[in-house]
Write a protein that binds this ligand. Structure first.
Ligand code: HEM
Length: 331
């Protein structure tokens, strides 16, 4: 009898611990706010739409913002914590040129008045990126929500972000460290189908590329005509002029970026690198070949799947973290 009641206590305790653990960890789910804040997703969409009506360049910026949030400490809105004193994550140079934080702040302000303390900044980032994809012509897709906001923001944490000069092998290993495979790397880099880069990120490729015979020059893999075009847009020392990442199709979410990469028309070095490694070449080819639109894997849908995957990196859920009142400040 004694041993029966002991095993009962053990079983009940184990069950309680399990329930506590589940409560603390929670899970992402599509429509997480359907009861607690039914207007959450439509409010984010209307704020994104409002901003993009006056500046359509905000859409690519919002897509990039999810990448920069999720790769550093997971999708926990750590990148939104206000910087300025070289101690916040956003102060890291790897986040250079990041924009769209005001869009997230604006959506947050509206949601705080509709449902105070309910919708996390981390979810707003992911919803806004999802809307940015749809509003530029990509797929409309469901994203699971239920993230909470992290309580840590360190400048040095941003060091883990991929660099524009990383080789395909380094890019692959940085993605793998976040649970993303070669297919995700190519698909997510295809986000460069929209938006622009500052000439800052091309200076080395155009003027300081280490040449095989010694000395510095231009990346020899760039076709001559395209090199002249890029040089005419980005003079030596010009850091600020912006150039489309997807030559000829920077406003539309399509596979043109992959054809450009395939044909040597990648604008930044990290995109060009994807055609220098057999495993990523195969993925690029599978989405950009002549018949890929008919027989190939379905780019728009696969991109959406990779976004959902990226959106689940290191999420804070359940009773962990917090729901910030202001996205730029811990509670
Ligand atoms: C593979 C590693 C990646 C590298 C090295 C990289 C690098 C860059 C660089 C240097 C820029 C130009 C930034 C500027 O001048 O404002 C940029 C822009 C952009 N990136 Fe990436 N990126 C990578 C992956 C991604 C991923 C995974 C996404 C999203 C899924 C993404 C989305 C974007 C978008 C949409 C822009 C245009 C931003 C704008 O127009 O404001 N990138 N990226």
């Amino acid at each position: 009898m004694g041993s029966v009641s002991t095993s009962c206590v053990v079983a009940v305790t184990t069950l309680l611990l399990l329930l506590l653990a589940l409560g603390a960890s929670g899970q992402l789910q599509v429509g997480f706010y359907s009861k607690s804040c039914p207007s959450a997703e439509s409010t984010v969409a209307s704020v994104v739409r409002g901003f993009s009506d006056s500046d359509s360049a905000i859409l690519p910026a919002l897509l990039r913002l999810q990448f920069h949030d999720c790769f550093v400490r997971g999708c926990d809105a750590s990148v939104l914590i206000k910087g300025g004193n070289n101690n916040a994550e956003v102060d890291n140079a790897k986040h250079q040129g990041l924009r769209g934080l005001d869009v997230i702040d604006s959506a947050k302000a509206q949601l705080e008045s509709q449902c105070p303390g309910v919708v996390s900044c981390a979810d707003i980032v992911v919803l806004a990126a999802r809307d940015a994809v749809a509003f530029t012509g990509g797929a409309s897709f469901d994203v699971p929500t239920g993230r909470r906001d992290g309580k840590v923001s360190n400048m040095r944490d941003g060091d883990v972000l991929p660099d524009v000069h990383d080789s395909a092998q380094v890019l692959r290993s940085k993605f793998a460290a976040s649970g993303l495979d070669d297919k995700d790397l190519v698909l997510l880099s295809s986000a460069h189908t929209v938006g622009t880069t500052a000439c800052f990120f091309m200076q080395d490729r155009l003027y300081k590329y280490p040449l095989p015979g010694g000395g510095l020059g231009s990346d020899p893999s760039i076709p001559a005509g395209f090199l002249a075009e890029l040089k005419s847009r980005c003079a030596p020392g010009d850091f600020n002029t912006r150039v489309p990442l997807d030559r000829g199709s920077e406003r539309l979410f399509d596979t043109s970026i992959l054809r450009n990469i395939r044909n040597g028309y990648a604008v930044i070095a990290s995109d060009a690198a994807l055609y220098n490694d057999t495993s990523t070449v195969d993925v690029v080819d599978s989405y950009s070949g002549l018949l890929s639109t008919i027989f190939g894997p379905y780019f728009r849908q696969d991109f959406a799947e990779s976004m959902v995957k990226m959106g689940s990196i290191g999420v804070v859920t359940g009773t962990n973290g917090e729901v910030r009142k202001l996205c730029g400040k811990f509670n």
